[in-house]
Design a protein around this ligand. Structure first.
Ligand SMILES: Cc1cc2nc3c(=O)[nH]c(=O)nc-3n(C[C@H](O)[C@H](O)[C@H](O)COP(=O)(O)O)c2cc1C
Ligand code: SF4
Length: 394
């Protein structure tokens, strides 16, 4: 990934476009394969964090043979520091509803659900109004597609797609074994497309203006724009749509307070990047921390020199310990042990070398935990301990 790029603001997602009826009626007349090809050539990747190619996801579900299929919009938005999806749903809900219905047309689904984070109950009345208006129009154009809201109940793990299905089915929100993947075995065991709110909103842009307009933004492997939830020690907290591929140095120039010592990219489950690595780090989908580019679901938290990195890590580990569903041992026990361990080192009850043991434990979790929650604890743990070791010890 190249980083020779200037930070560029974009206005696709929140641009008010009152022609959703036209976008919907035109696109449901297009053959499924043509819409899939449009998405594939845009190179849109999922904005929920993992970056799975959206066109391929829709294609796999379209190819699954079943009478019943589902489209699910993941609006659980539980990652600490992320607050963009609620804005999309409150400011441009028709883009998301239109995208869900076009997806239904592509894969052959007649039902869609919005899995809405429990704390976003205040969005429900307006969203229900939008859904009624939307369904009224669907009837007018003879489109058989219904959308319902399913309220989450406040567990971070229920944002994980298979735990989300379990929760919708009335069971404990615990991740399933994968494979099978949602494209063949999702909600109620049926082929399901599950996409993040922002991903769906981008498909609206692609279906309205064509793939090229999206593809022309960003860089290789990371095409298009992305919403960033900017928080922490910044004079400009808020939500910004930016072209992908920017360097972290450019980002900090724009949003830092002049004293930024580190940026947490991707929320608690992402990586902490120290100042010395800002210019060599780009924001995008290819590679991991040392591979120079970092993916993010949008959370960008800035920390200045007044912040204790021990407190930051302590806070993340409390969060993971609380939110671990407890189903698998590496995560259930590992989160507890990491938290206890760093506290013991900070109090001087364990020496600094104990941190190396904890790093090995975090690495073991990365390879042995069942789902992304336990697997990603090592991201923030290792990047904070490696870069701010002196702040961890007594
Ligand atoms: C612990 C955990 C929490 C997650 N929370 C969310 C979430 O709140 N919203 C979301 O869109 N994806 C979340 N995901 C990712 C989903 O499992 C899934 O990859 C995503 O909804 C797919 O949509 P996309 O392809 O449009 O990104 C989470 C994953 C994990 C492991
Ligand atoms: S990694 Fe954690 S959250 Fe995921 S299944 Fe195991 S215990 Fe549950």
């Amino acid at each position: 990934m190249t980083t020779n790029y200037q930070l560029k603001r974009v206005d696709f997602i929140f641009k008010n476009e009152n022609d959703w009826e036209e976008v919907l009626s035109k696109n449901i007349e297009r053959p499924s394969q043509e819409l899939i090809n449009e998405l594939i050539s845009s190179e849109l990747k999922g904005r929920g964090g993992a970056g799975f190619p959206t066109g391929l996801k829709w294609k796999l579900s379209a190819e699954a043979v079943d009478e019943i299929k589902y489209v699910i919009c993941n609006a659980d938005e539980g990652e600490p520091g992320t607050f963009k999806d609620r804005e999309i749903l409150s400011r441009v809900p028709f883009k998301v509803l239109t995208a869900m219905a076009v997806c239904g047309h592509v894969i052959g689904a007649k039902e869609g659900y919005i899995y809405l984070r429990g704390e976003y109950f205040f969005l429900q009345p307006e969203l229900n109004k939008a859904i009624s208006e939307f369904e009224y129009y669907c009837k007018e154009i003879n489109l058989d597609f219904k959308i319902k809201i399913f309220m989450g109940s406040g567990a971070y793990i229920c944002g994980e797609e298979t735990a989300l299905f379990e929760s919708m089915e009335g069971k404990r929100g615990e991740p399933r074994n994968k494979p099978p993947y949602p494209s063949s075995y999702g909600y109620m065991g049926k082929p399901t497309v599950i996409n993040n709110v922002e991903t769906l909103a981008h498909t609206f842009t692609i279906f309205k203006y064509g793939a090229k307009r999206f593809y022309d933004l960003g860089v290789q492997y990371s095409r298009g724009s992305k919403l960033f939830s900017v928080s922490g020690d910044t004079p400009k907290p808020g939500i910004y749509e930016l072209e992908l591929g920017m360097s972290l140095a450019d980002f900090v120039d724009e949003f830092g307070d002049g004293d930024t010592k580190a940026v947490q990219v991707g929320g608690a489950s992402g990586f902490l990047v120290p100042r010395k690595r800002f210019s060599e780090t780009a924001i995008g989908f290819q590679g991991k921390l040392t591979g120079i580019s970092l993916p993010t679901g949008g959370s960008m938290m800035l920390f200045n020199s007044s912040r204790s990195m021990f407190n930051v890590l302590d806070n993340y580990l409390e969060f993971f310990r609380e939110e671990s569903c407890g189903q698998c041992t590496p995560c259930r026990v590992g989160c507890q042990q990491l938290l206890k361990g760093i506290k013991a080192v900070k109090r001087g009850e364990k020496n600094a070398q104990y941190l190396d043991k904890l790093m090995r434990l975090a690495e073991t979790m990365q390879y042995t935990a069942k789902c992304g929650l336990g697997q990603s604890v090592a991201n923030s743990f290792s990047s904070i301990v490696e870069n701010f070791r002196e702040e961890m010890i007594y």
